[in-house]
Write a protein that binds this ligand. Structure first.
Ligand code: SF4
Length: 438
């Protein structure tokens, strides 16, 4: 049997999964013996099946295996093999390809037994189990990809384990089998490392986002890389307070984390825990707050204004200040289409919110005293929020989301300073509270 080689040469290769499949291509498809020719697409996991000396017969997709919902030709702990024959392919050929694909599945299973070895060689670890970045084969690539701006890393794969009522992340997430998720997380780890690169000048910030960065099994290694790479500020946005309180925050701080951004949905466990759908979360949040302040890292707090917590919102900034943190924004509920509770039920009427809350909302609506003075402030991409509102007729504070205006806003003299509201606000509350400036 052919001896396996695990010496990655990933020059110009930024995707771990296709790279791995390429290593196993001849073994998995038995290319020398097969009655067909199997061609791996350059940039994806799709293959085409050709008749020897003839035309294309079928497409084959090798995707990551899901816990439920697919009906593949073959499936392993990690991969799922699907077949799409060309229209004119005979039933005999279809049958032969299906039989071969079942064998492909068996060989993929054998190949997967070597993956742990491959991960270990690809991401060598130190005595603490953290990735030893200078020993990775792509260390030179990391060092050569110099960053001169703040870097934002999205780690969207992992679930936070909470059930916040406004959240629109699917409850089942990616629904991948655990081993498939692990492979994807390794790919994400490599991509994130290359994205982090090195800080080409002092003062740069590295920020980790998405649901939820600390759920990535190698988040401590990534923070360590950020420090090694010369970033001055390393920040994580997280809602996983119980995991942080359970020792992870200390590990992250030791690795180089110096800024944490967390949500407070109320000043009592009763309200906060109800919003996140997990009892005991508020208690963990207090522990995290105390540790962050005691260890002198920057402790930032935001909140989301909803009907369920509107009576406690006003108290949050003072409460956070007394803890030693810095409260910066109330976010307004936006409709992503699949929040746990319909956005209509969550959304507060803006003019019912206390003035002090309105001033700190992440919208800008002059006639309601909503929004901070954004002049001089930059968003995460480095763009000025006020510039964005003023230059862009659609007035996007955040380009990922839709905003809308009432008809009467057309005659408002301050329309150019206004962000508008998220749909379906006008449908729920109408436009009575808005007063155009003349
Ligand atoms: S009237 Fe309309 S455009 Fe003018 S500030 Fe109010 S919401 Fe904005």
């Amino acid at each position: 049997m052919k001896k396996w080689e695990f010496m990655p040469d990933i020059k110009n290769q930024y995707k771990l999964i296709p790279w791995i499949l390429k290593q196993f291509h001849n073994f998995v498809f038995q290319t020398e013996k097969s009655a067909f020719i199997w061609k791996l697409g350059e940039r994806s996991l799709s293959y085409t099946v050709h008749e020897k000396g003839g035309g294309k017969l079928a497409d084959v997709d090798i995707s990551l295996a899901k816990e439920s919902g697919s009906s593949p030709i073959a499936e392993t702990r990690i991969f799922s093999v699907g077949l799409t024959p060309m229209k004119n392919v005979s039933n005999v050929d279809k049958g032969s390809i299906s039989i071969e694909l079942k064998t492909v599945g068996k060989r993929l299973k054998l190949a997967e037994e070597r993956f742990d070895d491959l991960y270990n060689r690809f991401f060598p670890r130190d005595e603490n189990g953290l990735v030893d970045w200078p020993k990775t084969t792509f260390w030179e690539q990391i060092r050569n990809s110099q960053r001169s701006k703040d870097t934002r890393i999205d780690l969207p794969l992992s679930q936070c384990g909470l059930n916040c009522i406004f959240c629109s992340t699917p409850v089942n997430g990616y629904n991948l089998k655990p081993e498939a998720l692990r492979l994807l997380q390794y790919e994400q780890l490599q991509n994130a490392a290359l994205e982090i690169g090195t800080a080409a000048k002092p003062g740069l910030r590295l920020q980790f986002f998405s649901t939820d960065p600390i759920a990535h099994p190698d988040i401590v290694s990534l923070v360590k890389l950020g420090k090694l790479a010369g970033y001055d500020s390393i920040l994580i946005y997280s809602a996983m307070m119980c995991e942080l309180a359970d020792g992870l925050l200390s590990e992250l701080i030791d690795a180089g984390l110096n800024s944490l951004d967390v949500p407070f949905y109320g000043v009592t466990a009763e309200v906060h825990d109800k919003v996140v759908g997990r009892s005991g979360h508020f208690e963990c949040l207090m522990k995290v707050a105390r540790e962050a302040v005691a260890k002198r890292i920057s402790f930032k707090v935001h909140s989301v204004a909803m009907n369920i917590n509107s009576h406690e919102l006003e108290k949050i900034p003072k409460f956070v200040k007394e803890l030693g943190g810095h409260f910066y924004d109330f976010l307004f509920v936006r409709d992503d289409g699949c929040s746990r509770v319909p956005v209509r039920e969550l959304t507060p009427r803006i003019s019912d919110l206390p003035k002090s809350v309105r001033r700190r909302l992440n919208l800008s609506i002059p006639c309601l005293g909503v929004g901070k003075d954004f002049r001089g402030k930059e968003d995460l991409t480095g763009a000025s929020l006020s510039d964005r509102i003023q230059k862009d007729k659609d007035a996007h504070l955040d380009s990922r989301y839709k905003y809308e205006f009432a008809d009467k806003c057309k005659r408002c003299k301050k329309r150019h300073l206004c962000s508008g509201v998220f749909p379906p606000y006008l449908e729920v509350y109408g436009d009575e509270e808005f007063e155009p400036f003349s």
